[in-house]
Design a protein around this ligand. Sequence first.
Ligand SMILES: C[S@@+](CC[C@H](N)C(=O)[O-])C[C@H]1O[C@@H](n2cnc3c(N)ncnc32)[C@H](O)[C@@H]1O
Length: 253
Amino acid sequence: MVKLFGGVALVRPEESSDVEETVRRILKSHPNVKAILRYWGIEGEYRRPRIEVLWGATPDSIVYREYGVEFELDPASLMFCLGNKFERIRTAAMVRSWEVVVDMFAGVGQFSIPIAYHARPKKIHAIEINPDAYGFLVKNIERNRVSEIVVPHLGDCREVAKQIGQVADRVIMGYLHNTVSFLPYALDTLSSAGGIIHLHSLAVRGREGELAAKAISTAERLGYKARLLGQRVIKSYSPSKLHVAIELFAIKQ
Ligand SMILES: C[S@@+](CC[C@H](N)C(=O)[O-])C[C@H]1O[C@@H](n2cnc3c(N)ncnc32)[C@H](O)[C@@H]1O
């Protein structure tokens, strides 16, 4: 299935073995696309996509619109998961106007921008380690006119969390690889009244429950009381793995 993303068509390897036929089929149904890209997956700490140009010229940046907000990004070097669309707006719908939010893996603003735009909380600290993604995060804050709410930070969330201090009512952990290892840093940012942590992770199919148990035992070992508020499967990631998100309330004892 072809996915249209800001005027660019994305196809998966299994759907594009015959390149000429794939290009012909897509141009027939979507004559205005600027490029057709084969998407081989994402890799590394910065979660860069591995892309092959099948047709056209990849634009330096595209603009993707979703539920009233606009994201600008370079589709050839930055990851943006269309399968998380509902989770982005669902998360924004939970945030209240008095909250301080910490977004530990901000990317180009996938969570920070819709939360700021729709929920208008007091402040969002948006942390991103990749300078290219950070550049688009800054652009997207301006583009969506939320600069009085979102404070961008360039750096490793483990370092930046210490500088931010104990201010958070809510922490977003939108990263899938060994996310629980970052939980101590998320807990460090919670205010003395405690807060809600949205932790995303990969889980082995059929063993989704292990994630919440591991997160709660990690929090309790660090002197927090923690309760599971919710858990859901966001999408299938591979034949053996699922993308799962849990919400925990945690407070220092
Ligand atoms: C997979 S993207 C996801 C973006 C968004 N949170 C989402 O769920 O759609 C993860 C982002 O986390 C960033 N990242 C990885 N390790 C990080 C760290 N230690 N501190 C801050 N950002 C980090 C990557 O550069 C990447 O932009």
